[in-house]
Design a protein around this ligand. Structure first.
Ligand SMILES: [Zn+2]
Length: 338
């Protein structure tokens, strides 16, 4: 009895130690710093400019924004995923118009990839939609917050991982940066990816989705030093803990769970692209600043973006991805998601 008890204690000690070390073994601090308000500002002033014409799904403006994203990946020596022939996942108009015929042209998801060093076949998806709602009654809907903010956050997160990899500190698992199209027409690009995944969904260990992280809502008029966390605990207690610890250890903003409540009438959990991963049993977290007076208006413009808050939220997404990529075990799915 006694001996067994001691062994039991020992094994508990070992497992606790190794779990703790998954954060300290590979320290992201140096790379967190490379995600700056200034860099985000440079990118979003282009992605949400009038030149991109509101980035309607399938439009020339959206394609132009997409080319900018691809050029940033190329400039940082980040390639498209293995198994793809270029940066595009092409989606035919027939798919985009199948449910609700909005008369959309062919469009593309855009993907970039950083291969893991130890478990390259296990994939973390970091997603954000780069489409918005185009031009209505002659007004360009720039969609700076929605979702220019998430779009350029992906560029900065990818750049930070690429720098880490160059310095011998690359992620152990692979990371897929997925700029999805057709979100505003019903989460279409992410649904297309989930139905036509480049990597098996069974090997896709998590999705971190970023949609609107550049502003604040009416509940945070006093401080923008927060982000809503939605869905992190729906499928996996591990993912919830990773988000909490990543924030405490490296970022320290207020994590607001107001909209994580399943009975909340806004139903935000079902309203952005992570849902197409979560419904397939993939632990998913949605980072979001809430809605504001400019939501889905032509006034969602770039000069209203709060860059310091946006940088903190981008850093948080990066550290969550870093931990998911480097920890010993993938997050366990221990909940039903419903
Ligand atoms: Zn959005």
């Amino acid at each position: 009895m006694k001996k067994l008890f001691i062994l039991f204690l020992l094994s508990v000690t070992i497992s606790c130690t190794s779990q703790k070390n998954s954060f300290s073994n590979a320290n992201p601090s140096e790379y967190v710093k490379t995600i700056t308000a200034a860099d985000l500002k440079t990118h979003i002033y282009i992605v949400a400019s009038d030149e991109m014409q509101g980035r309607e799904t399938g439009s020339l403006g959206q394609k132009k924004a997409g080319e900018y994203l691809i050029n940033q990946y190329i400039a940082n020596d980040i390639s498209f995923p293995k198994g793809a022939t270029d940066f595009y996942q092409r989606i035919p108009a027939s798919f985009l118009n199948a449910i609700r015929n909005d008369n959309l042209a062919d469009s593309e998801n855009i993907w970039a990839f950083i291969e893991g060093s130890e478990k390259p076949n296990e994939i973390i998806v970091v997603s954000a939609h780069y489409d918005h709602i185009g031009i209505k009654n002659g007004a360009i809907y720039n969609g700076a917050d929605d979702d220019g903010s998430g779009t350029v956050a992906l560029l900065e997160i990818a750049q930070a991982f690429a720098k880490a990899k160059k310095e011998g500190n690359g992620p152990k698992r692979s990371i897929l940066f997925l700029h999805v199209t057709g979100e505003e027409h019903g989460l279409l690009g992410s649904r297309y990816y989930a139905e036509n995944p480049l990597f098996p969904l069974a090997n896709t260990i998590a999705d971190i989705n970023i949609d609107m992280i550049g502003r604040h809502d009416e509940f945070h008029n006093d401080s923008s030093n927060y982000v809503y966390i939605i869905g992190s605990d729906y499928l996996s207690t591990d993912l919830y803990n990773i988000c909490e610890d990543a924030n405490k250890n490296y970022v320290n903003i207020s994590l607001d769970y107001k909209f994580n409540d399943r009975t909340d009438p806004n139903r935000f959990y079902y309203r952005s692209d992570h849902y197409n991963f979560a419904k397939n049993g993939i632990p998913s977290v949605f980072l979001f600043n809430g809605v504001h007076a400019d939501y889905h208006k032509a006034t969602d413009t770039v000069e209203k973006i709060e860059f310091d808050a946006m940088a903190k939220r981008t850093q948080l997404a990066f550290v969550i991805a870093w931990e998911l990529a480097n920890r010993e075990n993938r997050p366990v799915v221990d909940k039903s998601g419903t």
